[in-house]
Design a protein around this ligand. Structure first.
Ligand SMILES: [Fe+2]
Ligand SMILES: [Fe+2]
Length: 136
């Protein structure tokens, strides 16, 4: 089942919100590639895109936190780093076991629920801080 963007995911920091929308779209592309039977190559292509986009997005958020001396920077970065490891492990599992629709469903649910939780908690707190300390 596809993920939907709605205002409960809006941190109010536009650049971050736009990237979150892209992450959700990328996640939906994997689900779509799997359920429409597009084949392994396409599934891994969409998965590689999500992985690359996630790494870029985390780096952008971390830069923002450093720029504004965000007090929870190290904690937030650690959460990102742990999730990158998790994504690597899930990808390895898909490569080893093959991207069956069932396993793709397990992986996308795990990634999706992590993402929504992280946005609504850690990212909301970060965005509120950055907005309050933004200059100009
Ligand atoms: Fe984020
Ligand atoms: Fe984050």
């Amino acid at each position: 089942m596809a993920y939907q963007w709605d205002s409960s995911l809006e941190t109010g920091y536009e650049k971050v919100d736009n990237q979150h929308k892209q992450l959700i779209a990328a996640l939906n592309n994997i689900i779509e590639a799997s359920t429409s039977g597009k084949g392994e190559a396409e599934i891994f292509k969409t998965l590689d895109f999500l992985t690359g986009y996630t790494i870029m997005h985390f780096a952008d958020e971390e830069k923002l936190q450093v720029k504004y001396d965000y007090p929870d920077y190290l904690i937030h970065k650690r959460i990102h780093d742990d999730f990158k490891v998790t994504v690597g492990e899930l990808t390895a599992r898909l490569r080893n076991e093959g991207p069956s629709e069932e396993l793709v469903g397990v992986v996308t649910s795990a990634v999706g629920s992590w993402l929504l939780n992280h946005i609504k908690g850690d990212d909301f707190r970060m965005a509120a801080f950055v907005k309050a300390h933004e200059v100009g």
